[in-house]
Design a protein around this ligand. Structure first.
Ligand SMILES: *Cc1c(COP(=O)(O)O)cnc(C)c1O
Length: 434
């Protein structure tokens, strides 16, 4: 597999190089040189395969020899060891549950695959890989649990004190082993600024082999294509083949992966991009003007992004042809009031508790479906387990949220976090002395 930069199509790097660099020097994003369709026979018979089988076939097709088959198979079986069920809520409305991994969010797909790919490419005797990650909640947990115990790697997580939920904090601070957590007296932006500065610091780069685990890494995108194929497979089993996906979107990595799957031949009728009040993309789809506004804080805080980093990849997939892009992608945005109302409505209608991000995708899907007279099947993606966002729910609904077993295990473990001021010199000396 070779990759170019969205800023320089002449660039040509290996998968290994793209994984370790995360981002090309020219600040574009890596894109596969070739995105070929999968064999028609595979697509038509998807219902015959399990999730690990689908994941292996798709990854092998994309990586085209970058990892030998037997190693890739073992890596995938280890990384994708949980389910991604499609659950029927009513006729032709399904929820794709992506929260059955260790951190209870879809980011487990990307983080577990990427950590194992990095571990695989680290050769014997190579310098330890130091992953620095700033998190507002979900990313840190997925990255921490993804890298936990991966040899020759170490993860340092920076999270804003008092600004992550209790379960998120447990996932960040109870790991031990090769994971350490820094509780920063500041905001998520402060955490991100510290990490960014570390990457440009000569002394730190001399001392450590630093890498970021953020969502622009191509190794996070690839495994997210697997569950689109797998969802389609589950619907095929029920005789349904006209499918649309509604995706709650922040950095647009998740929907970007869906579009990669489409480019590889998955016959999706429409992608519905659902955002919160940070509506840069829905506004662009409506007006043709791409104009990020300052980010606003919302209840669906994992989507509080006004400059979605993966958008350039999506534009690149369509060769910047906005008219073509608009045929396949519809945009919606909803505010916090809509979100809470949707949570109440979903619970009332189906006794189903949706996290705030998931509820936004449901709103977009139901509005879109209402305008169709076709017999089309709608799937909205559930990106996180509701127990990660307990403060959002009205009391009666909150009581109905079941806390999964893996969280109960964490509650018995000690929390370990080092307090840190939002100060680069303090962060630097922590890194150099620990
Ligand atoms: C990260 C996240 C999103 C946004 O996904 P993108 O790939 O950034 O668009 C949505 N919901 C939850 C729960 C998340 O953690």
């Amino acid at each position: 597999m070779n990759l170019y930069s969205t800023n320089n199509t002449a660039l040509n790097v290996s998968f290994k190089e793209a994984v370790f660099n995360s981002m090309p020097q020219d600040k574009g994003l890596y894109m596969p040189v070739a995105i070929n369709p999968l064999p028609q026979e595979f697509i038509a018979n998807l219902d015959q395969y399990t999730l690990p089988e689908i994941a292996f076939t798709v990854a092998k097709h994309m990586l085209a020899g970058a990892i030998p088959d037997a190693d890739l198979k073992a890596l995938i079986d280890d990384a994708i060891n949980f389910e991604a069920p499609v659950v029927e809520l009513e006729e032709n409305v399904y929820v794709l549950e992506l929260f059955h991994g260790p951190s209870l969010a879809f980011k487990d797909f990307g983080a577990r695959f990427m950590s194992r790919v990095m571990g695989y490419f680290l050769e014997a005797g190579e310098k330890q890989l130091d992953v620095l990650v700033a998190t507002s909640g979900d990313t840190g947990g997925a990255v921490a649990l993804g890298f936990l115990g991966v040899p020759n790697t170490r993860v340092t997580i920076l999270y804003p004190k008092g600004k992550v939920s209790d379960i998120q904090e447990l996932q960040l601070t109870t790991n031990g082993q090769n994971i350490r957590a820094l509780e920063v007296d500041g905001t998520f932006d402060d955490c991100q600024a510290l990490v960014k500065q570390a990457f440009t610091d000569a002394q730190l780069n001399e001392a450590f082999r630093l890498t970021s685990a953020n969502s622009i890494n191509i190794a996070r995108l690839i495994p997210q294509t697997f569950y689109y194929f797998n969802a389609y497979a589950q619907l095929l089993k029920q005789g349904k083949s006209k499918v649309v996906f509604a995706v709650p979107s922040g950095n647009f990595g998740n929907i970007g992966a869906g579009l990669l799957a489409w480019k590889m031949g998955l016959p999706v009728q429409q992608f519905i991009a659902a955002t919160n009040a940070n509506d840069t993309v829905p506004e662009f789809l409506k007006t043709g003007v791409y104009q990020p506004k300052p980010t606003v804080a919302t209840l669906s805080n994992a989507m509080d992004v006004s400059s979605p980093s993966n958008w350039v990849r999506i534009a690149d997939l369509f060769k910047n042809d906005t008219a073509e892009l608009k045929k396949l992608i519809t945009g919606y945005s909803f505010n916090d009031e809509d979100t809470v109302k949707a949570i109440v409505k979903i619970f009332g209608a189906y006794k189903y508790v949706a996290c705030p991000h998931t509820a936004i995708a449901w709103l977009a899907l139901t509005d879109w479906l209402d305008k169709q007279d076709d017999d089309v099947t709608g799937v909205f993606l559930s990106t996180a387990h509701p127990c990660k966002f307990p403060d959002v729910f009205p009391e009666q609904i909150g009581k109905a949220v079941e806390v999964p077993a893996q969280v109960k295990t964490l509650q018995e473990k000690p929390r370990l976090a080092t307090p840190l001021k939002a100060d680069f010199n303090e962060f630097k000396s922590y890194l150099l002395n620990n």
